[in-house]
Structure formats: structure tokens, C-alpha cells
Ligand binder design. Structure first.
Ligand SMILES: Nc1ncnc2c1ncn2[C@@H]1O[C@H](COP(=O)(O)OP(=O)(O)O)[C@@H](O)[C@H]1O
Ligand code: SF4
Ligand SMILES: [Mg+2]
Length: 349
């Protein structure tokens, strides 16, 4: 793992949402522990993927890093310094978001040119002339020739072209960080690769630090330099993309990979066959994955697994990687492991 200061870093991020449960006089508000002590770093010229099933807390992590919502605990650091509170313009200019649904994120009554001019004007970014700046943005997202696109309405574009416009709009303020939340999951399979390649280009040519949020571990393997896997609000495994996908250390990551599309397999297994993710208002005790884990042991039900470095830069929060003698000692209360933060090792990176 890199020893340089990350452009953007989330440390021990924790977020609860309060939701109403029940009806009438019995209704009460209960906390949903959407994100629990998650640490993640974004480096210039690198893509970090956050992978997990629906409800794992991925979007909440993305929104916390973008400062759209406030953490209950933990910190967001920009260039190693605490990020300003809220999302002031100076922060928004550096950290931009791209959302899942490009149709919803573009105003249907405005043409492409309008969508791109607004951020340029708000952030005073078009010194060389607005039209030239708009054309440059469209070229950077491979919408060429730009004149073919500036006058179009969102409905006149394909899904992929719309997402490229949304990315161009994010680029208008010259951000250093792009947070892309499931940016291809609503696009036709045939055009996903093009948008992923655009993100790879922005990483390589413009040295953007990119957070790529996805439920699809195969696309994370294709695009990302580093992958962090989330399960039920917690970070369960983190490693370089190659190490994580070639040698997954956490049973949940193994399950995700086993369920990923594989051209050599005729009947892909369904991850749902092993049950559904738990409710985050009453998550399972110990390892949150234990009700679905094929390797669950007694200790898994009782004690939170510590984060173990399984190889350099590769951590997994799983009792399987704890020496059996230490596991036994922990069961007997001789070692303090219960409740230890899952990101213990990530602090050392
Ligand atoms: N604004 C909110 N209010 C209440 N609960 C929320 C809110 N946003 C997210 N959640 C809950 O937090 C959990 C994590 O959600 P989310 O971050 O959207 O997961 P993912 O993006 O991985 O699907 C889910 O249980 C979801 O229902
Ligand atoms: S800690 Fe136990 S239940 Fe959790 S993933 Fe590891 S073996 Fe499975
Ligand atoms: Mg989401």
C-alpha cells in the first residue's frame, strides 16, 4: 500500500439512520447502522472500488466522503487535513460525484450545453470562453465532434452518452476526486465497458482519484487498483485488485467471486442461495456474516473478528485467519478481540 498521503481518506466512518418501525402507538424509531467504522483511501491516479451487495452501505460511504451527509463518528481528510464541515464550494470543486441514473441527474428541459455551462460559471472555470470549455469537456468524455452534442436534450442521447455528459459536468470544476456510485449499472451491458474505459482514462491521463462503487466484483476487478469489500455496513476485506480477486481471504468475497459471471460456467450459482444480507437495525452478533458463512465457527457468533493482515497490503476480518490457539484464548477471554475495530490494520497503511 502507498505511503504517500491520500488525496481523500475516510477514517473510521460510522453512520446511523433513524427509521420508523411498526405502526400506530407501537411505532418507534430505531437506528440503522448503515456504516460501521469504515476506513478507505483514495489516491491520485488510482481507482478504489467499494464492492458489496445492495444494502451493504456503499452509497452511504460515498455520500460521507462527498460530505453530502455527516458521519456520526470518524473523519474525512482531504490531503491529510480534516475536510471542512458541510460541503462548501471549495470542497465540491475538488470532490465531485457521478450517480447511478444519468437520466435522473440531468434536467430533461435543458440541453447538454446548459448542463456544462452552469458549473463552469458557478466555479469561474471558463476563462478561455465558455463554448471552448464546453467543447473541451465533451472531447474529454469522447463525445465527438462536440457540436453534435451541445444542442441535444438528455432524451436525445443514449444512456451511455448521458452518463458521459454527467461525467463531463463533474469534470467541469476540475476536481481531483471523482466518486462514481454504480455509474454503469443502469446502462446496457454493451456500453458499460466504454464508460469504464473512460473512467480508466481519466485516472491514467488526468490522475484523478476515483471511488468506484459497485455491486459487481467483476467490473471492480477490471477497473480498480484497490478493492474494499463491504458486508452489512462493515469493511470485511481490502487489498489490491489482483490480490483480492486471485486470493480472496474472506468467505464473503469468495462467495461474491463465485457468483460473478464466468463464461466457462453454464449455471452460475446465485449468492441468494446462501440467504440474504441481515437487517442493519439488528445485525447479527459477532461476525455479521456468520448466518450465511459456510465456515462459521462458534466464536464467529460471539465475537467480532479482528482485521488480519493475510499478506502485505491485504487484510481480512475473519476468524479463519487467526491462529487456532489465539482463537481459543480469545474464546476464553484471555485476549481482547471482541469489539476490536475491523480496520485495525488499515490504520497502519
Ligand atoms: N437516508 C436513509 N434513511 C434511512 N436508511 C437509510 C438511508 N440511506 C441508507 N439507508 C439504509 O442504510 C443501509 C445501507 O444503504 P446504502 O448505503 O444505500 O447501501 P448500498 O449502496 O450498498 O446498497 C440500508 O439498510 C439502507 O436502507
Ligand atoms: S469470521 Fe467466521 S463467520 Fe465470519 S467470515 Fe470468518 S469464518 Fe465466516
Ligand atoms: Mg447504493
Amino acid at each position: 500500500m502507498s505511503t504517500t498521503t491520500p488525496v481523500l481518506e475516510g477514517r473510521d466512518l460510522t453512520k446511523h439512520f433513524w427509521v420508523k418501525k411498526g405502526r400506530g402507538p407501537l411505532a418507534r424509531r430505531v437506528p440503522v447502522n448503515a456504516v460501521d467504522r469504515v476506513s478507505v483511501r483514495l489516491d491520485a491516479g488510482k481507482v478504489t472500488a467499494v464492492v458489496g451487495e445492495s444494502g451493504a452501505g456503499k452509497t452511504t460511504v460515498a455520500r460521507l466522503l462527498a460530505r453530502i451527509i455527516k458521519p456520526d463518528a470518524g473523519q474525512v481528510l482531504l490531503d491529510g487535513r480534516p475536510a471542512p464541515s458541510g460541503r462548501p464550494r471549495s470542497y465540491a470543486a475538488q470532490v465531485q460525484m457521478v450517480f447511478q441514473d444519468p437520466f435522473a441527474s440531468l434536467n430533461p428541459v435543458h440541453r447538454v450545453r446548459h448542463h456544462l455551462i452552469r458549473p463552469l460559471q458557478i466555479h469561474h472555470m471558463a476563462n478561455g470562453g465558455v463554448d471552448a470549455a464546453v467543447a473541451d469537456l465533451l472531447r474529454r468524455v469522447s463525445l465527438k465532434p462536440p457540436d453534435n452534442f451541445t444542442g441535444k436534450f438528455p432524451y436525445e442521447l443514449s444512456g451511455g452518452q448521458r452518463q458521459r455528459v454527467a461525467i463531463a459536468r463533474a469534470l467541469a470544476v476540475r476536481p481531483r476526486v471523482l466518486i462514481a456510485d454504480e455509474p454503469v449499472s443502469m446502462l446496457d451491458v454493451s456500453i458499460r465497458l466504454g464508460v469504464l474505459n473512460l473512467l480508466a482514462d481519466l485516472r491514467d491521463k488526468e490522475k484523478l482519484a476515483i471511488l468506484y462503487v459497485t455491486h459487481d466484483i467483476a467490473s471492480a476487478r477490471y477497473l480498480a487498483d484497490t478493492i474494499v469489500v463491504m458486508y452489512a455496513g462493515q469493511l470485511v476485506e481490502s487489498a489490491s485488485s489482483v490480490s483480492l480477486t486471485d486470493s480472496p481471504a474472506h468467505p464473503y468475497t469468495q462467495l461474491l467471486l463465485a457468483a460473478a459471471p464466468d463464461p466457462d460456467r453454464t449455471e452460475p450459482p446465485h449468492i441468494e442461495d446462501r440467504g440474504a444480507p441481515p437487517s442493519l437495525s439488528a445485525p447479527p452478533s459477532g461476525c455479521r456474516f456468520h448466518p450465511r458463512c459456510p465456515f462459521a465457527m462458534d466464536i464467529c457468533k460471539r465475537q467480532v473478528p479482528p482485521s488480519i493482515t493475510v499478506s502485505p497490503g491485504h487484510t481480512a476480518a475473519c476468524w479463519l485467519h487467526v491462529d487456532p490457539a489465539q482463537r481459543q484464548a480469545s474464546e476464553n477471554g484471555l485476549l481482547v478481540t471482541a469489539g476490536e475495530p475491523l480496520h485495525k490494520e488499515s490504520k497502519k497503511r
